[in-house]
Write a protein of this length. Structure first.
Length: 304
């Protein structure tokens, strides 16, 4: 009897995670509970923070176990799920209908905000309990702004205002590469001939490489992000998708400028990917290389 009580107490203090399997969504349909999808990764710092804070909060645990079907997915093992549901990185927290459609999603969610979202969704389900969840896609749980014709003008103004003219890139610390923006800037230069687009793109690509985000001491390749706005102190994990997208940026910069330095940087990325993330036996790539801070602070000779 004591053992049973202990086991029940332990189960109630943790979230009951389900795998990404058909039966998890069948359970969601049968019990009329939304799926809470957590996309996580072993290399992800904020995934660990969310595990230690949000997913360890007793109030969050209680709400999730009562009113949601919690599903956890390893980003490196299921890139197909990442491609479909990513809210911009890891962690991704997505709430799904039983058919897999998204109700709403975000990245890292601190405990107070998570409690607010869980309760709002719980109340919504309760108020619409006579309607099957498959019909929720016609309902607006969280208002979404209409797409205006002026969106391009707004985007252009926003990108200009937020550009870091000293260090390149966008945002402050922690500072992430944003390859989609660099691609956009290079394409806009090619379409319009306006050199301000080219200038912002090249300044960013140059500063990221020269500032320290590129591993010039060891195996090569770009680290995932910098803890400083000047790119000088990287957070040391390296990602397959991040390097692949930056590879496209540097190749595009070479095509646009014919400056060989961008071709050499691209070759350095390719060398890193083939030497460190490619598995010749399977013909597949690994998704990431962990952030071993002690290792990456060694000199080239010490790393050997």
């Amino acid at each position: 009897m004591v053992l049973t009580a202990s086991v029940q107490s332990q189960e109630s203090s943790t979230i009951k995670w389900h795998p990404w399997e058909d039966y998890s969504f069948e359970l969601s349909q049968k019990q009329q509970k939304p799926v809470l999808l957590d996309i996580t990764a072993t290399w992800c710092h904020w995934c660990e923070v969310m595990y230690e804070t949000t997913y360890s909060d007793p109030r969050v645990i209680e709400l999730i176990n009562k009113y949601f079907i919690a599903v956890r997915v390893d980003a490196d093992r299921r890139p197909d799920i990442v491609n479909r549901y990513s809210a911009g990185g890891c962690p991704t927290t997505a709430f799904l209908r039983p058919n897999g459609d998204v109700i709403t999603s975000a990245t890292y969610i601190p405990p107070p905000r998570m409690l607010e979202i869980l309760q709002k969704l719980r109340n919504f389900v309760r108020e619409n309990e006579e309607r099957p969840m498959r019909e929720y896609e016609a309902l607006e749980i969280f208002p979404v702004a209409d797409l205006k014709e002026s969106i391009v003008a707004f985007l252009e103004d926003d990108l200009e205002q937020k550009f870091d003219r000293e260090n390149g890139g966008y945002g402050t610390a922690p500072k992430f590469p944003t390859p989609d923006i660099y691609e956009y800037l290079l394409h806009r230069y090619q379409r319009t001939g306006k050199r301000e687009y080219l200038g912002r793109a090249l300044k960013t690509l140059d500063k990221m490489y020269e500032g320290g985000l590129f591993d010039a001491v060891g195996e090569g390749g770009f680290f995932r992000y910098s803890t400083r706005a000047d790119w000088s102190v990287p957070h040391y994990e390296k990602m397959l998708d991040g390097n692949a997208r930056l590879l496209a940026n540097y190749l595009q910069a070479f095509i646009v400028t014919n400056d060989d330095k961008y071709r050499q940087i691209a070759k350095g990325i390719i060398s890193y990917l083939l030497n460190n993330l490619y598995d010749a036996e399977t013909g597949l790539f690994y998704g990431s290389q962990t952030a071993d801070e002690d290792y990456y602070k060694l000199s080239a000779e010490e790393r050997k």
